[in-house]
Design a binder for this molecule. Sequence first.
Ligand SMILES: *Cc1c(COP(=O)(O)O)cnc(C)c1O
Length: 313
Amino acid sequence: ALSFASGMAAISSSILALVKAKDHIVASKILYGGTYEFLTKQLSDMKVSVTFVDFKNLEDIENAIVKNTKIIYTEPLSNPTLDISDIPSISETAKNHNVMLFVDNTFTPPPIFQPLKFGPDVCIHSATKYFSGHGDVVGGVVVGKVDFIKKLSEVMKYYGGIMSPFNAWLLLRGVKTLAVRMEKHSKNALKVARFLENHEKVEKVNYPGLRSHPQHSLAKKMFSNFGGMLSFEVEGGYEGGRRLMDSLELCVITVSLGEVETLIIHPASSSHAQMPKVKREKIGISDGLVRISVGIEDVEDIIGDLENALSKV
Ligand SMILES: *Cc1c(COP(=O)(O)O)cnc(C)c1O
């Protein structure tokens, strides 16, 4: 493994270590915003082409692979719709075509999911999130086989996105509690998801640990637990989402995730407010969609805060 100054440094350095002009990448059409921008803007300037497909459809992935495809790139659990990429099957496809599979595992860190056990070549984390756990570090980690890591360690020197010593120290401290935090995040998130699923003002809940999740059985096959990320659609669309946000007292309204505190966001009025509605809905962000990174507080406090805020919607 190698550590980087940020998740994006880890992602861009890993991709740049492998591709050159005229190469091709097959990527999931729902990716972290920074990764999407890097793939579309930076790489197209360098004459690297990218085909975006729906990663729920294995056939679409296979059909997108061409002679010069170098990387298949995805996130096991998509944001904010919580769709699952079938990593074992995609890995088989990648191997059949001699293409590297990159997985951004930020949402489902160990012990929830250890992608390399299922065949992918490279696993990337934004350590800014769960690895740190306390919202006080920016960092990235890349895990892979020796040959790739050697190649990457050569280019990382020149791109310069290395982790600072102080951040490394903070990160080592945070990572000691990663396993216990993930257990509590998962336990709390399942309870919050069940509470929301039974609430009359909630139209839909997306959480891989719920039996109602269309890929629940795949989630059970891949993940040892279901993690802390969930999203739901509140009644009343855009206004409903706004009113919910305005009435919260415990949950922290912010864009990040993976911290000990519960973090919540209404993408339509914040992170994706600049995006046209049609485009936003194509990536699963409806007017009333709310995303929660469930923290490790007493779960009754989290549910109490949501219950109170939902009563004002
Ligand atoms: C935050 C995030 C990143 C980028 O990480 P930074 O450390 O903020 O650069 C990449 N992928 C996912 C899934 C993320 O959530």
